[in-house]
Design a protein around this ligand. Sequence first.
Ligand code: G6P
Length: 610
Amino acid sequence: MCGIVGYIGKEEALPILLEGIKNLEYRGYDSAGFAIVGDDKKVSSEKAVGKVAALFEKISGRSFPGKLGIIHSRWATHGGVTELNAHPHSDCAGKIWVAHNGIIENYKELKKELLGKGHKFKSETDTETIPHLIEEEIKTLSFQEAVRSALKKIRGTYGLVIVNSDEPHTLIAARNFSPLLIGLGDGEYIVASDAAAVLKYTKNVVYLDDGEMAVMTPSSHKVFDLDMNHREKETHVIDWSPELAQKGGYANFMLKEIFEGPEAVENSVRGRLIAKEGLVKLGGLSDSLPLLRDAKRILISGCGTAYYAGRVGEYMLEEYGGIPVEVDVASEFRYRKPVFREGDIFLAISQSGETADTLAALREAKEKGVPVMGIVNAIGSTIARYTDAGVYQHIGPEIGVASTKAFVSQVSILALLTILIGRQREMSLVTGRRIAEELKKIPDMIRRVLKQNDEIAELARKYQKFNNFLYLGRKYNLPVAYEGALKLKEISYIHAEGCGAGEMKHGPIAMIDENFPSVFIAPQDSVYEKMISNIEEVKARRGPVIAIATEGDEKIGEIADDVIFIPKTLEMLTPILSVIPLQLFAYHFGVLKGLDVDKPRNLAKSVTVE
Ligand code: G6P
């Protein structure tokens, strides 16, 4: 998840590239860089760590002439946040320059081969294999053919812009699972990861599809597949404002990120499941496999949404992984003098990797000699650097303050970890395979849930008049009840309480009357009958009930006032589906109240203070 822009045309490239990348900064902002090719075939490049502003500052007052160029703002995936790892990357001769969004899965093999052929690498990135690969191919092929041939050797995801100083009138772009479009200007083309970068110059765009590459000169563009078959492309006219474009056409980042749930799960799971063998390969944990095999207990810690993801992980890891787990909110863990034992492993969960309480809990464990691991989204963040090993979420930046896509990703990674740890213990091949196969189906299942967005908006409208909500769940969906209540509190400032449905009779039920609705997360799982009884108890006290239920469940509709359905899946994976309607419900509730759902009052995206 990075921002890339390429320009070819009649104007000086750099100002257009800088303007474009500023609009894409929300896609990644740990470092930035560009390469400009002059008519004299000279390349000038500059890179800087930090936000795009740092690059602006570095080049101020200098000139970089040329009407062809590429620029990139990075969201690190492979290699730390350094100037050397910032894009674009070049070949040995400094002629071929590439900016890339995505992950090259087979880069280690390719790099080994290229090193064997004498190529010299400057960065630790997966991307740098691409210019070297093209450099190898171009010895016998044209630029265009060399790019095509290199792409055929690559396995993974990419949005690419590529220039070659020997051809100062050609820009090449290619796409596989990472977004890329071409803005069609008057005697110029602007390629970008999304429309926000091109709208100032043109509203006419061509969207590249997976497996396509485009070759542009200042006066022409052609799109091919990787077998060089010509592709006819439709021109789309976009009438979004640049601001709306940043949000991909969604009204705000929160909604966009909820809708990115399927992609978040795909990105977190991609290349990590060996479904046929019921196994999991997590690169960041490969050196820790013996430690995990000998582990006697896992201590999970996090804050807010990350903590609730950890609570789902507790159920998964104990039931299927066969290992004891304890989960603490990080702010408690650090003060309650936890007793550590031989065989403990500490696992921090944090989207930002910067949450002060989570970091403090991590330090506490590490100082006591406990091996520390992490599930983190932000590459190179403090928690990522401080842990001995870990798993990155690979979901791109989450901008909305209330965490949404990070939760589904974290739970998916905990499912991967469950397979990994479970298979080291008693989990059978059949069970490992079953979880893996089902996990692969989850993104499409989320898409099905998202289709009910309009119905959920309607539900939010219907329940607007209420000021208190109770969210109830059991087992895997108890943490989802807490998370659903947290979302409503954060986004709409409405009082909501999460509660174990079994615990309701010990207090919360006293609040129930016709003005106090309950949200029951009640899929058809091992605690379904108990949940139905709890719904009956609430209905007996005239409490309005919204239920999240399994598709095809007719019984629940007879007792609940409103039902939102989720597809049937393994019990341990239901939280990834059941949380979606709750995110949407909170979202619509906040919007209807006229609130800023991306930046709720009093909250911060990354809480770096205690
Ligand atoms: C803040 C955010 C929450 C988030 C929590 C933990 O409170 O508002 O949405 O869940 O921090 O953040 P982390 O980055 O550690 O996952």
